[in-house]
Ligand binder design. Sequence first.
Ligand code: ADP
Ligand code: MG
Length: 322
Amino acid sequence: MTAPLLEVENLNVWFDLEGGGELHAVQGVDFSLEPGERMGLVGESGCGKTTTALAIMGLLPPSASVAGRVLIDGEDILAGGEAAMRPHRWVDIAIVFQGAMNALNPVRTIGQQIVESLEIHDRGKGAAARARTGELLESVGIPAARASRYPHELSGGMRQRAAIAMALSCSPRVLIADEPTTALDVMVQAQILELLDGLCNDFGLALVLVTHDLPVVAQLCNHCSVMYAGEIVERGPLDVLYHAPGHPYTRMLFAASPDLGMGDAPVLSIPGAPPRLDRPIDGCPFRPRCDSSFAACVERPHLRGVGDDHAAACHLNEMVTA
Ligand SMILES: Nc1ncnc2c1ncn2[C@@H]1O[C@H](COP(=O)(O)OP(=O)(O)O)[C@@H](O)[C@H]1O
Ligand SMILES: [Mg+2]
């Protein structure tokens, strides 16, 4: 059996807090991704999605401690530190950072920024790098002639396309897109999703689509992991999660999401907020907000199989199968 393209095993991240103490942002996250697969990583803000993504890329700040394994083609790229990570970062696995379209360098044209990223990674210089930049821009739907534009001369959607082109400069096999459509209007969101869909099809890219927005995942992914309070609380095929959720959080997330295209459907929100992660959590982290909690929920449930290719961390499933 060959190893999966990307495998994340028991990933944990703690941040040292300035005032003392620590915050357990990612708690035992596991998943794997095959070539060309598209996985959604979904959950409300503060659930640990971005921290998971940055840990996989080895790009967390020094205040973070990371434990667990991140394997590419079966090779652990976390264990060997920066030296082991560097040959893989951007080359095998790349990320479009949350807010990337607003983080482009304002005093360099988008073309210059892509040329620089090609040069830094030894993917060509001078005229060859400029030609490759034109191709990359065209591949994300930006006419090559616009390479000479500065970020402020482009719309939000075009800046997001430029950020995606930059992430693709070394032709990675896995792309992590962190909230790539957040802050874009619905029409432009749809165009960016269409672009990601095309890139996955054309280049066989595997995608980890990070978002708080379930309908966005539904448009692009067939598989989804749901994060809550730092851990994956449910994973499975998207249609199974929709029709037979194994966790009340997933069910409530779907209920809280208007369908794309029916923009004025009422949005129900889940009452309350995710728990703080800078103190231990007693029992099920979703219990205070759950409409189905019962006596067993004082014990923290663990992720376990509840069906074919479907796992959830909820005691209700033990009731069903008992
Ligand atoms: N650099 C940091 N230092 C301390 N805490 C952080 C840092 N980055 C994120 N956190 C905390 O980690 C938790 C998860 O955050 P994040 O991964 O950004 O969630 P998400 O992307 O799901 O919104 C939150 O409680 C957040 O406040
Ligand atoms: Mg985030």
